[in-house]
Design a protein around this ligand. Structure first.
Ligand code: 5GP
Length: 114
C-alpha cells in the first residue's frame, strides 16, 4: 500500500480538521492557514496528486468538486462572489500532493494573484 497523503489521513480522521462536508466522492474542511475569511479545501477521496495527473475518467470527480464548492459558498453566505483555485506544481506553490480545490471568499480578492 502506498503511504497515505495528508488529506487521506484527514479523511480517515487520523489528523483532526474542521470538516464541513463529506460524501462518497470528496471531503471539505477549513484551511489551517486561511487566506480569506472563508478558506475551504475541497478534496476528492481519490488521491490524485495534481491537476497534471487527471485522466478522462476523473472528469466527474472534478465536476463534483466544483458543485460542492458552489454549495459551500452558498452556505457560507458568499453572495458577493468567491474564488476557486487548483494550484498545480511548484511554480503555483502546490505544497500538498493530493489535488484540492481552494474555495476563498469573504473579502475582496486581488487580481492577478501573487
Ligand atoms: P497548496 O499550497 O498545496 O495549494 O495548498 C495546501 C493547503 O493545505 C494550504 O493552504 C495549507 O494551509 C493547507 N494545509 C496544509 N496542512 C494542513 C492541515 O494539516 N490541515 C488543514 N486543515 N490544512 C492544511
Amino acid at each position: 500500500m502506498p503511504e497515505k497523503t495528508l488529506f487521506e489521513r484527514i479523511a480517515d480522521r487520523e489528523i483532526p480538521a474542521d470538516l464541513i462536508w463529506e460524501d462518497d466522492l470528496c471531503i471539505a474542511f477549513r484551511d489551517i492557514n486561511p487566506q480569506a475569511p472563508t478558506h475551504v479545501l475541497v478534496v476528492p477521496r481519490k488521491p490524485i496528486p495534481s491537476l497534471d495527473d487527471l485522466s478522462e475518467e476523473d472528469g466527474p470527480i472534478v465536476g463534483h468538486l466544483f458543485l460542492v464548492a458552489k454549495t459551500i459558498a452558498k452556505k457560507e453566505g458568499l453572495s458577493n462572489g468567491y474564488r476557486t483555485v487548483f494550484n498545480c506544481g511548484s511554480d503555483a506553490l502546490q505544497t500538498v500532493p493530493h489535488i484540492h480545490l481552494h474555495l476563498l471568499g469573504g473579502r475582496k480578492l486581488g487580481w492577478p494573484p501573487g
